[in-house]
Design a protein around this ligand. Structure first.
Ligand SMILES: Cc1cc2nc3c(=O)[nH]c(=O)nc-3n(C[C@H](O)[C@H](O)[C@H](O)COP(=O)(O)OP(=O)(O)OC[C@H]3O[C@@H](n4cnc5c(N)ncnc54)[C@H](O)[C@@H]3O)c2cc1C
Length: 339
């Protein structure tokens, strides 16, 4: 997302950007996402929820997102819901397929299947905006967890920034992810529908029964997923009492989510009055990454900019919209690179 946004903005400003995309399609994790681009309602809310994040970067998102969303719509990307459906947040939902199409057609020069060069090989002239989507693939592999995001983000942007004198920000082991049914193959089209979002209504114990999640998870359940990710196999049982099967999480009930998981082949145990589902923490995005300033400049490196999940230290300690960070800092990176 961030790379396409930067390219579209750069073209608007009169430049001729080239987008080098590693994957065999454009759109990255954005294409697979729910497409809800959102912000906390106030900076104070953002601070309270992500207390370890950089307040200056958080402010840029809170203050810049609404205008950036208008800009995105002006490109012809259709909004399919005018609100997030979450009273804590403000934003809109896009059709990600149409959004990708709109961005690619305006970015124009998008080269797919790009193989990352080593830092010593010649690169195209001019400033570089790093937007490789963080390093969730690498983190998932190291932790033995499934990937729930694009298949290409290995941390090439972070490596390049560090090789050029950049620094890291945030906790490099912190990630955003979801509990997904364990032990079954999950196609990327199922990443959203098969997410098991009812940890707050469940008793959560590790697969071997040795550990238990105490207390109430955050609304995004990011803390719960990170905890499960550190348990053996990254697995847990979500044990739900029948009285809670009717609880709603956004538009679905707990029972809806369990039935979808069961139909996909998930391990579901019935021990009335409880239903238990075996889940596994899956990694969508890393939250630590490159240190930038509020103009998306990589601190410590010359003519290098970063945006999106390559940037660290925005959501540290909590959860914020990765799409919003990609949109806001993708635009700023292009503007700054051309100033
Ligand atoms: C199932 C799912 C649901 C989600 N729902 C939401 C949501 O509703 N709201 C929200 O805010 N966020 C959501 N997210 C997260 C959101 O998709 C990401 O935060 C966002 O896409 C990050 O933008 P990005 O540009 O940094 O990364 P991406 O969109 O992933 O783009 C990075 C691109 O870089 C490419 N790349 C990697 N390495 C290289 C390299 N060396 N050279 C060239 N290209 C490279 C990748 O192939 C990819 O195309 C969701 C994610 C998933 C997977």
């Amino acid at each position: 997302m961030a790379g396409l946004v930067a390219a579209v903005r750069a073209r608007e400003l009169g430049a001729e950007p080239l987008v080098l995309e590693k994957g065999d399609r454009a759109g990255g994790s954005m294409l697979l996402s729910s497409g809800v681009i959102w912000r906390h309602r106030t900076l104070e809310d953002f601070r309270a929820e992500c207390p370890g994040g950089d307040p200056a970067l958080q402010r840029m998102i809170v203050e810049g997102l609404d205008e950036a969303l208008d800009w995105l719509q002006s490109l012809g990307a259709p909004v399919i819901e005018p609100e997030t459906g979450n009273p804590r947040t403000s934003g809109v939902r896009f059709d990600t397929r149409e959004l990708t199409k709109a961005l690619v057609s305006r970015a124009r020069n998008v080269s797919l299947g790009h193989v990352p060069a080593s830092d010593t090989e010649p690169r195209p002239e001019g400033p570089i905006v790093l937007a490789t989507g963080g390093f969730h693939v690498r983190l998932a592999r190291e932790w033995g967890l499934p990937v729930r995001g694009n298949a290409w983000s290995e941390g090439d942007g972070l490596d390049l920034a560090l090789a050029r004198g950049g620094e890291t920000a945030g906790d490099l082991y912190e990630f955003y992810g979801r509990a997904m049914p364990a032990g079954i193959p999950i196609d990327e089209a199922e990443f959203v529908p098969l997410s098991q979002l009812y940890g707050r209504f469940a008793e959560v114990v590790s697969e071997d029964g040795g550990q238990r999640f105490e207390g109430e998870p955050q609304w995004s359940e990011i803390d719960l997923v990170q905890t499960i990710g550190r348990w053996p196999g990254g697995r847990a049982w979500y044990r739900v009492h029948e009285d809670d099967l009717g609880q709603r999480v956004r538009e679905r009930t707990v029972a809806d989510m369990i039935e979808l998981a069961r139909a996909a082949g998930a391990v579901v145990r019935e021990e009335p009055p409880f239903t238990s589902v075996l889940v596994q923490a899956s990694v969508t995005q890393t939250l630590g990454g490159i240190l930038i300033d509020t103009r998306a400049r990589v601190v410590g490196a010359e003519r290098l900019y970063a945006a999106g999940a390559d940037v660290g230290g925005i959501a540290t300690g909590g959860y914020s919209s990765g799409l919003a960070a990609a949109l806001v800092f993708g635009r700023i990176a292009a503007e700054e690179a051309l100033s």
